[in-house]
Design a protein around this ligand. Sequence first.
Ligand SMILES: [Zn+2]
Length: 264
Amino acid sequence: MNYKQQLEVVEGLFIPPDTQMRMDCPFCNNKNTLLVDTTTNNVSWYCFHASCSAKGKKNGEKTMDYVNVTFKKENVKISEEFKLPDSFKIVHSNNKALQYLHENNCWEACMWGRADIKYDVKQDRIVFLVKNPNDNKYAGAIGRGLNSKVYPKWYIYGNKDIPFKCGECKDAVIVEDCASACAVSNILTGIAIMGTSLKESHKKYLEPYETLYVALDRDATKKSYTIASELTSAGFKNVKVKVLHEYDLKCYGTPEIKEMFYGK
Ligand SMILES: [Zn+2]
């Protein structure tokens, strides 16, 4: 969210003047990580969670440098484990969420337990939980808005460095979003990078696979080649681009995915 959108949210909290308070962060939903300060005739806000970039200030002599110097993230240690917010309910509690799963070929992955999927009643999002492969604990979640007013369309809760993974197959495919990762997961391990560029932090999660396909959505084929060459330069010897000619991977069921990658 940009500064203006953040300011709107913070002003919507109706914090009285001359107050300094900690509260649950409305941007990352972590417990008690947001500091809001309305003293000295200003409104400033800052989230202490390492993975959240919420901060800003309105009306004042104090600059962003002041905010940065005064509230250092290093000084506050917050557990890496992501605690599921109370607003995460079972996915069956919402019809739009169920419909999304069916329409995007995620239902099977959800039913077989390959993906942990919830419904966030607070943000009206279908939420894919992200686990840390090192300790198998929740590290964060990725939510997709279920109505057009939910902004942004995709929202990352908690850790932003671990990609969403679905499935335990020997070959993996890098995809853009969680739904595509679920759709392929009976045939290949789906790894969603949430967008069209690979983060440095993603690379270590891509190592254990025999073949690593890159299959971003159809409109991003060029980006698939960019990612493949980045991985090859980083030492991966098993990377292949899978060009999608018609639809994104989330539009296909298991038999079609199988045929697409391994033939009949
Ligand atoms: Zn935050």
